[in-house]
Design a protein around this ligand. Structure first.
Ligand code: THU
Length: 135
């Protein structure tokens, strides 16, 4: 699967627009995500924080859970947009890995600049996946 520069940029731009809806009264670190599935649909996600801090949910996981709850399990690309092009947390890497190590991950900063591109396999080497459970 190959993505054009324009496709990458429009997914990043959409995540950056979604990012404005992040609920981040505590960290003030808004994160936006877009997930394109193999069916061609695009799901957005933002981080949603909570006064009970551990109940916070990351943007990537919101996008993934929205997609899965709509019946989608095969992903092509996921974007993560933050102020500084920050990298996905370990928990999000694990959730990405559940649905395929070949998914492309695009990290971008608040100006919409693509900072890094990699696969989930590269982001989480030696991942524990459904294969380890014989699935
Ligand atoms: N956050 C994400 O949304 N995704 C990540 O992969 C890293 C962290 C959020 C969680 C919290 O709302 C804020 O960024 C600071 O940790």
């Amino acid at each position: 699967m190959s993505l054009t520069k324009q496709e990458k940029q429009s997914l990043i731009d959409l995540a950056n627009v979604a990012r404005q809806r992040a609920y981040v009264p505590y960290s003030k670190y808004p994160v936006g995500s877009t997930l394109r599935t193999k069916t061609g649909r695009v799901y957005t996600g933002v981080n949603v924080e909570n006064a009970a801090y551990p109940q916070t949910m990351c943007a990537e996981r919101v996008a993934i859970f929205k997609a899965v709850s709509e019946g989608e399990r095969e992903f092509e690309v996921i974007t993560v947009v933050t102020d500084n092009g920050g990298s996905p947390c370990g928990g999000c890497r694990q959730v990405m890995a559940e649905f395929g190590l070949d998914t492309i991950v695009l990290l971008a900063d608040g100006s919409g600049k693509l900072i890094k591109e990699m696969t989930v396999r590269e982001l989480l080497p030696e991942a524990f996946t459904p294969v380890d459970l014989g699935k």
